[in-house]
Design a protein around this ligand. Structure first.
Ligand code: FES
Length: 563
């Protein structure tokens, strides 16, 4: 197989001419013949002024490039689509597949022998892995790293768990505008990704557990020197992979690696968004992410990590407390230690050489967990025939078993219009239902599942109630929230048939979610149901026509490889 500049030549019908031309342009950029003979490592940068979480991506790319040069290789930094949670209308999830296609096609098209994927903000690492697995080019991930925790009037603050907490207090009238503004300056005090166990931190931990990062890479803060050193080491390792031609992503992503990811996801009380991303990542390698297995391993895996929102700490505490390999060591009886990683070592070999220090307060021993039970459970029932998810670690135990009348919102616009209406017919016993917010319905399955508590109940002190939707929820959010209901309403799932006042029963222990309406009545309602209109054109149209449901990762059906 041709390597370096000789690989993937533009097709003019004359390969020697194509190489002559390619080399000529680089000579024009000042490269010597010696440089042009070296193996090439692509450094995929997601730096963008619209992505403040990735403010340090250029510094990370520079350190990766230094590592490549130290080993005698040639680094080429190149851009891709970059997604920030708060800057992507209508939701970054809609664009994850676009970014994955960009990554896959650029990695396939460019003359590189290995690629370093610089990601971080929620959808970026999943998109990079999806693209790299499809391209099956030697690939290694280095995250930009997380923010440091903020400090405000004696409290440590973290995005976005405390953003939500403070906003809820402001809505309920228990926090005034001045205080909110002062805290606002401290919520995101440095560059980097959200420093609680939200989706960015979760997916960094998932990528490292799957084997796609150097050990310790998931936790180093964005502004730490560790982050820069890890980036340099990543560049050196990527060059070794370029020369050796592997390992390739499909050597790393195995059923055992996916099972390990499920164990760690439960032990860190990770974001439920990981369920969708892991399903999409697995699908790119022709594997199925087993939600039943995630549920089963959860029953044996307590939450060991004391990070917000399940606990009280931040990513910098996790890093200083021993980092992810120290957590793996705690979980070693539950993990397949023979799983390979891009470092060339197995999980077991990394654990064996990792420093023995561990901060017991942050990475708890198995007999003193932060939450005794599983973090995430998978539900099924007449309201969710293909499944739904609930983050028990962020929910109210008194609501784990609950039956109440539905208050239905037909769309995000309907929710926004009526949620704070004094006329809303909601009580603390109500079950709030949001539909047409799934992959097809929204489209893009936004993080709207944690519906706000109606003002009229919140102002009386109500903090939580059962909420159900076909949407997702931010990993930084909390509440008794059932998500990813499948099939979604826009695909004709039972969620589309619920009416105000229908009884819904949640039984988390029995893993059930049921709509207590008889089949004959549902049949009558189904006969009158019409699917909502799809977007008229462009990428949104493609998305709504070809996106899969949550349990298959919301990937495009033509990009997944079925087993
Ligand atoms: Fe970028 Fe939270 S918004 S990681």
């Amino acid at each position: 197989m041709k390597k370096g500049l000789r690989s993937r030549l533009a097709q003019y019908g004359d390969e020697e001419f194509a190489l002559f031309l390619r080399r000529g342009f680089l000579k024009g950029a000042g490269f010597t013949d010696d440089a042009l003979e070296r193996p090439i490592v692509g450094v995929l940068s997601t730096a963008s002024d619209f992505n403040p979480c990735h403010k340090t991506a250029p510094q990370v790319a520079e350190a990766v490039a230094r590592g490549v040069r130290m080993g005698g290789g040639l680094p080429f930094v190149f851009p891709t689509v970059s997604l920030h949670e708060a800057f992507s209308f209508p939701t970054s999830m809609l664009l994850r597949n676009l970014m994955a296609m960009d990554v896959e096609e650029m990695v396939r098209a460019l003359p590189l022998d290995a690629v370093v994927l610089i990601g971080g903000c929620d959808k970026t690492i999943p998109a990079e892995l999806m693209g790299a697995i499809s391209a099956n080019m030697p690939a290694i991930v280095v995250p930009v790293g997380s923010m440091l925790a903020g400090r405000h009037e004696g409290a440590r603050l973290g995005a976005c768990t405390d953003c939500r907490r403070l906003w809820a207090a402001y809505r309920a009238g228990t926090l005034d505008g001045d205080n909110l503004n002062r805290a606002h300056d401290q919520l995101m005090p440095t560059s980097g990704t959200c420093m609680v166990m939200g989706t960015a931190s979760t997916m960094a931990c998932m990528a490292e557990t799957l084997g796609f990062m150097l050990p310790g890479a998931a936790t180093a803060p964005a502004v730490s020197s560790d982050r820069v050193r890890i980036a340099e080491a990543t560049g050196r390792r990527a060059l070794e992979m370029a020369v050796a031609g592997g390992p390739r992503p499909r050597d790393i992503l195995t059923p055992a690696a996916l099972r390990n990811a499920s164990v760690v996801l439960q032990a860190i009380s990770g974001s439920t968004n990981a369920l969708v991303h892991l399903a999409a990542i697995a699908g790119r390698a022709g594997l199925t992410y087993d939600l039943g297995e995630l549920d089963r391993v959860g029953r044996d895996t307590p939450v060991l990590l004391d990070l917000k929102p399940a606990g009280g700490g931040f990513m910098e505490d996790f890093h200083a407390g021993g980092s992810l390999p120290a957590l793996w060591r705690r979980l070693r009886k539950h993990l397949d230690l023979s799983a390979r990683t891009v470092s060339g070592e197995t999980l077991g070999e990394i654990i064996a050489r990792w420093p023995s220090y561990v901060d017991d307060k942050v990475i708890r021993p198995l007999d003193n967990p932060i939450v005794r039970n599983e973090a995430i459970a998978i539900l099924a029932g007449s309201l969710a025939p293909q499944g739904a998810a609930i983050k028990l670690a962020a929910a109210t135990p008194e609501l784990f078993q609950h039956e109440g009348p539905a208050v239905v919102f037909d769309s995000l616009a309907d929710l926004e219009q009526r949620i704070d209406s004094p006329q809303l017919n909601a009580t603390p016993q109500s079950v709030m239902v949001l539909r047409n917010a799934g992959p097809i319905g929204a489209p893009g399955m936004p993080e709207a599942g944690a519906l706000p508590i109606p003002k009229k109940l919140g102002s009386r002190g109500l903090k939580d109630m059962v909420r159900i939707s076909d949407a997702r929820m931010s990993g930084t959010a909390f509440g008794t929230v059932v998500l990813h209901v499948s099939p979604e309403a826009a695909a004709g799932g039972p969620l589309a048939l619920v009416r105000d006042g229908d009884l819904i029963r949640l039984d988390a222990a029995a893993r059930r979610l049921d709509l207590k309406v008889d089949e004959a009545e549902l049949g009558r309602r189904r006969a009158g149901w019409r699917p909502p209109e799809k977007p008229a054109r462009g990428y949104a149209r493609l998305y709504a026509e070809r996106v899969t449901q949550a349990e298959r990762g919301c990937d495009f059906d033509f990009l997944t490889e079925r087993p």
